[in-house]
Design a protein around this ligand. Structure first.
Ligand code: PLP
Length: 458
């Protein structure tokens, strides 16, 4: 084609107003929220890049399918459609609907993870880690070394360090490892993809040790598309075929349909082992609901089934990956280093590089996230020592491996001019970087503290 602009592959059918408030009002909102961006009222946020989870726009086909949702308590037609779509992509036999990803994690881990065990993953997402730790086990991150260096360029920075996985299995003993997980794409490590070659190598290690391999599959379609773009062997494969190949290598998956399910709520656990599936369903009935709806309404099952079909459309995936890279280019042009290459769903600003005057103990990424909101009304999220710092017995903290601010892009929601505006806000914050100060935590919960902690500027 003679045109270089990759357009949004949709036209807008209904709109939702957003409104500007000034910097003084935003400062007041921050004080009310204890400088925790999770504590803001949504109406006080202009461009909300807090998460790409459940925040996207649904298509007219999804809304239409919802109208046809079957709300039968047992045996809902919508469940059978959902099951068929999930099985068609994953090839996994047992499909267990849950209200979101963490419910699938909790049900799976409560069933197969025991205290004192170790679960390897490329990088655990916060809810995955917390659910494993809640079971008394250790969540161990084994991403390749490049995956921990924001500026290191590698096409598959989400890859598992296969040698480290083998060493872990050897050192821990296979009996103390209930499963191996791989997160696609690797959200906490910068939204970076995992190659099919790496998944095959991990599969081979799991086969040798007779260990089950599960995917944390929230962004499986974005991962599949990166494989198409970056792993030459698969350049001619469709995104769907690549996704099917990824799942063929796994014994099961947990899924938050709020991401690549293109829905506002929903998730599932899928696996091949019927015995474990039966145990999981027992727990499902106790905490989520009957197995043919789990934690979802019939109309949610329809929205997710349609979303899973739409997400593998390559016009959509081309636009998705390009619009994320476009924001990354804006940040770099503004002098703010980002995790390179940009991931699929988000741009990760490197606050260690931007704010060397704020030590990790004073949460530089929190400082940057707060400044983006105060100055421009843009809400991102800290992915650094607030989220992943480890308290030591002497009251100090071991900092996270990276101090990042994630700007996650809701699917099919913002236009190019919204992203241009965000680029300007980043540039303005970078100009004022010398004025930014660190933070102290005033109050925190025993786990997942980033959601509710209160801060004070230093
Ligand atoms: C990689 C990953 N795993 C699990 C989850 C948890 O999913 P949910 O928010 O639907 O519980 C998320 C959510 O952001 C995620 O990014």
């Amino acid at each position: 084609m003679p045109f270089k602009t990759i357009i949004e592959p949709f036209r807008i059918h209904s709109t939702q107003a957003i409104k500007h408030i000034g910097e003084p009002q935003r400062q007041a909102a921050l004080e009310r929220a204890g400088y925790n961006l999770f504590g803001l009222h949504g109406d006080d946020v202009l461009i909300d890049l807090l998460t790409d989870s459940g925040t996207g726009a649904m298509s007219s086909k999804q809304w239409a399918a919802m109208m046809d949702g079957d709300e039968s308590y047992a045996g809902s037609r919508s469940f059978y459609r959902f099951q068929e779509v999930v099985q068609g992509i994953t090839g996994l036999e047992e499909v267990i609907p849950t209200h979101q990803g963490r419910a699938a994690e909790r049900i799976l881990f409560s069933t197969i993870v025991k205290p004192g065990q170790v679960v390897p993953n490329n990088t655990h997402f916060d809810t995955t880690r917390a659910n494993i730790e809640y079971c008394g086990a250790e969540a161990r991150d084994l991403v390749i070394p490049e995956g921990r260096i924001p500026s290191a360029r590698h096409p598959f920075k989400g890859n598992m360090d296969v040698a480290a996985l083998e060493e872990t299995i050897h050192a821990v003993g296979r009996d103390r490892i209930p499963l191996v997980m791989v997160t696609v794409t690797n959200n906490s490590g910068g939204g970076q993809p995992v190659s099919l070659a790496n998944l095959k190598a991990v599969r081979a290690v799991c086969d040798r040790a007779a260990l089950p391999l599960f995917l944390d599959a929230c962004r499986f379609a974005e991962n599949a598309y990166f494989i198409k773009l970056r792993e030459p062997e698969y350049a001619d494969w469709s995104a769907k075929r690549i996704a099917q190949e990824m799942f063929r290598l796994a014994d099961g998956c947990t899924m938050s349909a709020k991401k690549d399910g293109l829905a506002n709520i929903g998730g599932f656990l899928a696996l091949n082992d019927p015995v474990i599936a039966a145990q999981c369903r027992n727990l499902l009935i106790l905490t989520e609901g009957f197995p043919t709806y789990g934690g979802m309404a019939g109309y949610d099952l329809e929205a997710v089934a349609t979303g899973l079909e739409e997400v593998l459309d390559e016009d959509y995936l081309t636009y998705r990956v390009r619009s994320t890279a476009y924001l990354a280019e804006k940040a770099v042009a503004a002098g703010v280093p980002v995790v390179q290459p940009p991931g699929g769903h988000a741009v990760y600003l490197d606050s260690t590089a931007l704010l060397p005057h704020i030590p990790p103990s004073q949460y530089p990424a929190q400082s940057l996230a707060v400044a983006l909101y105060r100055i421009g009304g843009v809400r991102g999220v800290e992915i650094g020592s607030v989220m992943f710092g480890k308290p030591n017995p002497d009251g100090s903290e071991t900092p996270a491996a990276m101090e990042l601010v994630r700007l996650a892009i809701p699917r099919r929601t913002y236009t190019q001019s919204h992203v241009d505006y965000v680029g300007e806000v980043i540039a303005e914050v970078a100009r004022r970087k010398a004025d930014l100060r660190g933070y102290r935590i005033m109050q925190q919960a025993p786990w997942l503290r980033h959601f509710t902690a209160a801060f004070e500027p230093l």
